[in-house]
Write a protein that binds this ligand. Structure first.
Ligand code: ATP
Length: 236
């Protein structure tokens, strides 16, 4: 069964409709890449899914429950987490405080999960009492993901986690996402690195072009050139 089913979603910024009738399914233990050129509407779609922008048509169904009318925090309580692009962490708070903010919106209760989280991120455990702003960009991205995980999600939306990071750090982030997939999380990943998306990390791909979903298929069925054609206005 789908962890997240989006059907016919229309999302607007005021009068400007930026996403038209988008549909996608996220399955447990699979990474779905959402690709498309700049301005295609990827971030807008993520915002509509998690309730940060109002939707004017369509439905968001999370683990069988229609959450379209629910505010973001209630969707978070039901297991939907987002890592927004660029808005990595609260820099003035400590690592521990950032993680606790995520933990406050978790489904159910339990300190154990936070301990498990530190086992997964020993670097964050070591730097627990430091200001998040003192971490490197890659470490802040890891903290942003850790904070999302602290909420105990079943579905994770991640907006361009590779942006601004060195390739070696990008590999670490992708390794982490693959580990989470192996644990059964359903992941929607916005990513511009087409080769990485098709040759490894993504199981499924959704292509967004000028606000519309133009292709949905498994990564093995979509050729790099078909995807690249939807991402670059000229040949890369
Ligand atoms: P990028 O890869 O550059 O992040 P994207 O695919 O995520 O692009 P969006 O950021 O969702 O695309 O933008 C989709 C459309 O909505 C664009 O035309 C953009 O100009 C517009 N848009 C985005 N944010 C706003 C906003 N806050 N107010 C008005 N229009 C916006």
């Amino acid at each position: 069964m789908s962890e997240l089913e989006v059907s016919g979603l229309r999302v607007a910024h005021g009068d400007l409709v930026a996403v038209w009738d988008a549909s996608l399914d996220l399955l447990p233990g699979r990474i779905t890449a959402l690709v498309g050129r700049n301005g295609a509407g990827k971030t807008t779609l993520l915002s509509g899914i998690c309730g940060l922008l109002p939707v004017t048509a369509g439905q968001v169904v999370l683990a069988g429950e229609d959450v379209t009318a629910l505010p973001p925090w209630q969707r978070a309580r039901r297991g939907l987490a987002i890592v927004q692009e660029g808005k990595r962490v609260f820099r003035e708070l400590t690592v521990r405080e950032n993680i606790l903010l995520g933990h406050r919106s978790r489904r159910g209760k339990g300190e154990r999960e936070v301990t498990d989280l530190y086992d997964r991120f020993p670097m964050l455990a070591q730097r627990r009492e430091e200001r998040a702003g003192a971490l490197s960009g890659g470490q802040q991205q890891m903290l942003a993901i850790a904070t999302a995980l602290a909420a105990g999600p079943r579905v994770l939306l991640v907006d361009e986690p590779s942006s601004g990071l060195a390739p070696v750090v990008v590999d670490q982030v992708f390794d982490l996402l693959q580990g989470l997939r192996a644990e059964g999380l359903a992941i929607l990943l916005v990513e511009q690195l087409v080769d990485e998306v098709l040759n490894g990390i993504a199981d499924d791909v959704v292509v967004l072009d000028r606000g519309r979903v133009t292709a949905r298929d498994s990564a093995t069925n979509l050729t790099a050139s078909a995807v690249a054609g939807s991402i670059y206005s000229v040949d890369p």
